[in-house]
Design a protein around this ligand. Sequence first.
Ligand code: MOS
Length: 756
Amino acid sequence: MTPEPRVIGLGLDRVDGPAKVTGAATYTMDVAVAGLLHAALVRSTFAIGTITSIETAQAAAAPGVVAVFTHHNAPRMKKPSWNLITPPPPVPLQDASVHHYGQYIAMVVAETPQQATAAAALIRVEHKAATASLSLDAPALKARSNPYFLDAKRGDVESALAAADITVDATFSTKANAHNPLGLFSTVAYWEGGRLVVHDSTQNPYLIRDSLAKVFSVSKDKVQVLVPYVGGAFGAGLRLWQHVILTAMAARAVGRPVKTVLTRPQMFTGIGHRPATIQRMRIGALRDGTITAIDHEATSTAAKVANVLYPVTLSTPATYRCDNVRGRDRQVRLDIPSPAHMRGPGEAEGNFALETALDEVAYAIGMDPIDLRMRNYAKVHPQTGLAWSSKALDECYRQGAERFGWADRTPRPRSMRDGHWLVGYGMAGVTYGHFQAKCHASLTVRDDGTVLVRSGATDIGQGTYTVITQVAADGLGLDPANVRFELGDTDLPRAPQAGGSGLATALSNAVRDATVNAIAALLSLASADHASPLHGCSARDVVVAGGRIHRKDDASRSETYGAILTRNGRSELTVQGSSAPSRAETGVLLGSLAVSRMGRAGRRLVEATHAIAPAGAFAAHFVEVRVDPLLGRLRVKRMVSAVDAGQVLNEKLARSQIVGGIVGGIGQALFEEITTDEGSGRVSNATLADYLVPVNADVPDIDVVFVGEPDSDNAVGVKGIGEIGLVGVAAAIGNAVHHATGKRLRSLPFTITELM
Ligand code: MOS
């Protein structure tokens, strides 16, 4: 018997593609249920203060209006449970205080969306505003040190900087960015008896379920969250937002289903944003290219209302072999809407400072940027001294450089031209920490040979439907056409968030476990059955292929899953599967902190418990830019990205993931910035016309190559790739701009005025 080609890794088309392009896919805003009402939200027009009067009589009397809610009449609700990583917002409409521009202060519910919107405009509000702190450079702001208790250090940074041959000491800044998935975040809620059903644009359905259960004082099994499709999400869907609470509240109060679809401007204030940062990076190096000190300090914006775990310097100590490293985060709390995780949260900002400063070191000592990185290559996880579970960053540099043609680069700035365009080559490396959470799935084999896999995960566009279909087909030796995967329902086995680049790892391993359990269950039926050709076989005596279990000693003796079930009088068989993070995950974090707190004693402690292997994904981005020296126009001409993604689950979708991330990185580098009015905090560019994102003309050909081996930390060998495509792009572009022009840009987004 020849082994079947593996289904894992093949570039299959999206299994949900036809539903999406024919309109059959039901996104939250498409949900239609009998008696559905529509809500419009009214937002505060000032940052901080008190509502002194709110006049709703006219709105309440407007055509089609069923209810108007303000803090005067909204039902009292309980606070959702607090959690460190994705904290809940304050419960809305509970009092007259306003904590940021755009806070919801009223909700109108009407028969049509148009009636709700028209009535909302009739609400009159008077307020007393106080002076708001809105930006990082607001005077007299105090930064809070080590806000996440994750600051790390090793060695003696100050002495090493003093002894270095050269030092770079530079300040970087990055601006607030908005989440702008095309799909407007929406919620539909209805109550059936004491049971709450919620359709929501979320990446984290179980968090929504558990939080709403708390808010409305019902048990978790009385809340169901449904999200078969999400119209894109880059972290905004990891949290519970106020409009979700309000929609469920209104549905209960009026006794009918209610739908809320955020407007585009509301998407800028109601679902989080990438915080702004100011970072100081100091690097010390010897003439031979040895980096002797890295000191990274980052201050980022946070909201007074609800905060989010957003360490910017976390990756820095894990990135290069260097004896003396310090990563320190600071946080300034402002009267702004809550920041949220946004693709590569913290890493995207921190990497920009680190990888740009390294380029500065390379120029200062006259060394090629790749040689500098290889000279300081971290063969082991540098903070703990432990071996990586796998790492092919060196291959990323090598293969990326080769495909890009890095050897053609003449090192001197302004030395390459094409006509009047200045040409620049730049690169950056990425080290991205591994994340995995507990995950469950069920798997049903039917007597017709088809398989149904279920787990309450989400597909935000990254391809969960497809890759999990492949993992199940691979594990059972089936054609993927015989496998269906259902997700997006909290009544299914519990899955973690689609976030932190961790879902594919968690879910693929849970489903693989389910396939192993399914084969074991089928085999035990067959093995006990004298009529089966597999009689007496145990797991090590058989292989699966073509939807059959075969004996290893005689492959011609085999049986289909369907035949095993039928002869045992069963129409189907259901098994469970699960996965959990290896000990590495918490071990590495605790080990890193032990080294930070206890120095060499901490390192010895880690070595004594060396059952842990740090895991991560790695990448190198290579960019060619063109800069028009007279007009300052900057074009990204082409890009090559080499990614160590471990076991790629679907070559085509993995490539799309990386390309999508890179486009986000081009946005961060060249365009994206939330601008606000002084005093009120009003977002002054809250439309897709004013908030710039890359369009096709801004995005060049992107060549993605995957390198490396399946990771040893999880059975399937996966590394998360949801975010690594974005991280590093800004530094690579900035380094290319420096090569083209001799100008060092340290603030994102880069602007035309800096290049003239
Ligand atoms: Mo991502 S910021 O974990 O959606």
